[in-house]
Design a protein around this ligand. Sequence first.
Ligand SMILES: [Zn+2]
Ligand SMILES: [Zn+2]
Length: 128
Amino acid sequence: MKKTRQKAMILNALKNREDHPTAEMIYAELKEIDPHISLATIYRNLNTFAENGKIRKVELPNMKDRFDWNLSAHDHALCSDCHKLMDIPIKTPRRRYMNLYGFKVHEVEILYKGICSECQSKNNQVKA
Ligand SMILES: [Zn+2]
Ligand SMILES: [Zn+2]
C-alpha cells in the first residue's frame, strides 16, 4: 500500500511542474510531505515510469537526467546559463520524416542549446 501511494505521489509531483525537474528536485519537494521517502526511491520510480513509457526521461550531456510528463511530440531547448529546459512544440513528429527513408525510428531527441530570454535580458542589464 505504502509503495503504491509513494508512486502516485512521485508521478503527481512531476505532473504539477513544467520545469523538467531532476530526481533531486522532486525529492526536495516530497520530503516536506513524506519525510520517509528517499532519493533512491524517487530515482528508481522515475526511471521505471520512463521505461514503461508513462513519462519521458531527458538525458543531457554532463548533466543530471531530467524528467518530463509531457509525452506529446516536442523538442527541448536548454539554457546554458540557468539550465532551464523548455518545451518547443513541433507540428509533425520527426519520426515520420525518417520513415520516408525506410529507417525505423525508436526515439528522436533534439536539443537546442542557447540562452533563454530571461538570461539574455539579465546579461544585457549587467552590461548597461
Ligand atoms: Zn536561462
Ligand atoms: Zn518537455
